[in-house]
Design a protein around this ligand. Structure first.
Ligand code: CO
Length: 135
């Protein structure tokens, strides 16, 4: 069975990065690594590493993205949890075999990683992302 090695990141959708950072960075004390515009996600993302994982604050930069819809409907909050796996293709095949509903049946290829989402209908309401980091 493909192995899950760690939680890569937890993504939280926010309406305003500066306002969100007053809690996550200033009050809670997690150091901000950097803020990056991520056109593929139609979002600006603030990266806050915690140990071997990260908190990602995701601010939609367009009205037609999934995170923008999430923000409009729920006012923001925890959006997804991302696990790092050693073999994403094998993991997706295992999940499919077990009847788990996948959003991406084949991984999307991005620079440095492959990724796919598991449908919240199969996870008790949590959007789960899988990453395979390419070396
Ligand atoms: Co993610």
């Amino acid at each position: 069975m493909a192995k899950i090695n760690k939680i890569n990141h937890v993504a939280i959708v926010v309406a305003d990065l500066d306002q969100a950072l007053t809690f996550w960075r200033d009050a809670l004390g997690i150091e901000l690594s950097h803020v990056e515009d991520v056109p593929s996600q139609k979002a600006a993302v603030a990266f806050l590493p915690v140990g071997d994982s990260e908190v990602e604050l995701v601010k939609p930069t367009s009205d037609d993205s999934g995170t923008a819809k999430f923000l409009a409907e729920r006012g923001g909050g925890m959006h997804h949890l991302c696990f790092e796996v050693d073999d994403i293709t094998a993991k997706l095949a295992e999940l499919k075999e077990k009847g788990v509903r996948l959003i991406n049946e084949t991984p999307m290829e991005l620079p440095g990683r492959k990724m796919a989402f598991i449908h919240p209908k199969s996870t008790g309401g949590v959007l789960v992302e899988l990453y395979e980091v390419l070396h």
